[in-house]
Design a protein around this ligand. Sequence first.
Ligand code: SF4
Ligand code: SF4
Ligand code: FES
Length: 234
Amino acid sequence: MTRFKIFRFTPELDKKPWYETYELEVDSNTRILDCLHIIRDNYDPSLAYRWSCSHGICGSCGVTINGLAALACQKLVNHYVKAEEIKIEPLGFFPIVKDLIVDMAIFFERMKNIHPENLFEINPVTVSKQLHQSPLEYSKIVDAIKCVMCGCCTAQCPVTKEEEPEFIGPAAVLRAKRYIFDTRFGDTEERRQIIGEPHGVWSCKTYWRCTRVCPKGIQVTQNILDLKEELKTQ
Ligand code: SF4
Ligand code: SF4
Ligand code: FES
């Protein structure tokens, strides 16, 4: 039997959050997302959580499992064999909508600010032909391209969570790095200015927590350090 302790909170009904415990007989290779499905289907249909692809692509099933942000569809019961129980809570930092669902509007807003429509300045003539990129140029952005915008890094970052909530967060900085280093775009000066403003890249204190939790294995902190170095050369 595996014990699951699940965070529950319906803001319209509950004065404060509470936890519900479930004992499930599940194979150790069962995904945490499937455990949530079992709980919802067999014990409580009102349990709210977000998911879509079930394969680590859509980035929507981010939760906090035993204190660390993760995608529920990527984690298995056996990843937590040493723990007494598997505690599932919503992602940190973001406001709670219900149970394990958080409101990520601020996350997407900050991502969008790094990449507004009017920052694209690709020459249409160039686009109609080919956007050339050498293997070396590609190697500088390939890691950041893997981001699925799940918000796990931002939810785990101590700066965003505890010290400076206005910090745009590691995912937005990573996005800026990806476009600033992408030689196919000609808009880097404007984006460099945005990322260099207060609560931008310089608010990162290199705690490495984002890198620890990123479900795509992106070296988030190293990318941020690379961006800082690049900006210093201006
Ligand atoms: S490295 Fe920077 S962005 Fe990542 S967790 Fe630490 S402070 Fe936050
Ligand atoms: S950098 Fe990693 S943890 Fe952060 S949003 Fe992208 S995929 Fe998620
Ligand atoms: S359900 Fe899509 S990433 Fe987990």
